[in-house]
Design a protein around this ligand. Structure first.
Ligand code: ATP
Ligand code: MG
Length: 345
């Protein structure tokens, strides 16, 4: 069997440059390479509700925004099946069966879930649905028999948990129905987990420390100027460790960026060396960063504005959801057969 790609995003807001370098770019490359039998892209609204149960309007609105972001970066409905998670009834059903294969302690041990619990303000306590979302993610992946998952590095623990479920299921029910998956991570390590503009280790919709793909020039400039840098006199040596400006440069610049916007240097290593010695102010580096990011985002922003006027995003999602439903339904039947709960067949 050929490759089946699946990935998705939570509709908790518009997509940002962390999504772009962490996953969207790889998706577009994989789509254009065409080395797959099927490419599913899920808008994970049910998962978004696990920590936004009281905010249904935000989730509903964001479904459309995320779909526009997809089109804007070049993902193509002719090549990719876009669908909405909550419209696939096989997914919660599979989740229910998989929950029996995962211990209570195991779900609590997931490092990404732990970090997210500490950064989200859960007030009255953590919903069971939230702790369980990696199990439902295993359902999302296995329902489509996906083997390749282009994601940011924070998703690796989810995929590990999925593989454990696949192995347990196939062993217990003596079957090869479920398929093991692997992450497709960005080649450039700076893109694994892009930090937020506030210095937080992850840019995240829920924290709001993002540069969005749809931000206009003025907004991008303001956000970059507001990135906190280490106070120093211009001639003092600059510090590169935990320097968000340089992490963004690591993620975005090419040697061509220097030719166009900073010809005093040929590449990022040269700029870093000079910065470490002193004499280069953060204002100049921020200006360069703005030029580079703005150049990359301008065509995306323009396409997005065009699609916002012309594309029927709900129609695209409806057609994709019908196709996705068939695929998931067929896996569910196999799963139930393996579990001997196919009573009337
Ligand atoms: P939320 O705060 O609601 O969880 P998010 O910003 O983390 O939103 P998700 O929808 O959870 O975004 O993530 C979608 C995909 O984008 C995942 O593959 C995730 O790994 C990737 N991703 C999200 N944020 C980053 C980031 N800062 N750097 C690299 N990849 C990221
Ligand atoms: Mg997230």
């Amino acid at each position: 069997m050929g490759n089946i790609i699946l990935t998705g995003d939570r509709p908790t807001g518009k997509l940002h440059i962390g999504h772009y370098v962490g996953s969207l770019k790889a998706r577009v490359a994989m789509q254009n390479q065409g080395d797959y039998d099927n490419f599913f892209l899920m808008i994970a609204d049910a998962q978004a509700l696990t920590d936004n149960a009281d905010n249904p309007d935000k989730i509903r609105e964001s479904v459309k925004e995320v779909m526009l972001d997809y089109l804007a970066v070049g993902l193509d409905p002719k090549k990719v099946t876009f669908f909405i998670q909550s419209m696939i009834p096989a997914l919660p059903e599979l989740t229910m069966y998989y929950m029996n294969l995962v211990s209570y302690n195991r779900v609590l041990r997931n490092p990404t879930v732990k970090t997210e619990i500490s950064t989200k303000n859960f007030g009255k306590g953590v919903p069971i649905g939230f702790i369980n979302y990696p199990v439902s993610q295993a359902a999302d992946i296995t329902a489509f028999k996906a083997n390749l998952i282009p994601v940011g590095e924070d998703q690796e623990p989810m995929l590990e948990q999925t593989r454990e479920i696949v192995r347990s299921f196939n062993r217990i029910y003596k079957t090869d129905t479920l398929v093991e998956c692997k992450a497709v991570l960005p080649e450039n390590e700076a893109c694994f987990r892009l930090p937020g503009t506030d210095g937080n280790e992850k840019m995240s919709k829920s924290i709001g420390n993002c540069i969005y793909l749809s931000d206009d020039e003025k907004t991008i400039k303001k956000k970059i100027n507001n990135i906190v840098s280490f106070p120093r006199e211009i001639n003092e040596p600059g510090i590169l460790e935990n320097n968000v400006i340089f992490t963004y440069l690591d993620a975005f610049v090419t040697d061509d960026s220097f030719k166009e916007f900073y010809p005093e240097f040929q590449n990022l290593d040269e700029l870093k060396d000079a910065y470490k010695k002193g004499g280069i102010g953060d204002g100049r580096v921020k200006k360069f960063l703005f030029d580079v990011i703005n150049k990359e985002l301008t065509p995306i922003r323009e396409r997005r504005e065009e699609f916002a006027k012309t594309a029927d995003v709900m129609k695209i999602l409806k057609e994709g959801t019908i196709a996705a439903n068939k695929a998931a339904e067929s896996t569910l039947l196999e799963v139930k057969k393996a579990m001997k709960i196919d009573y009337f067949d």
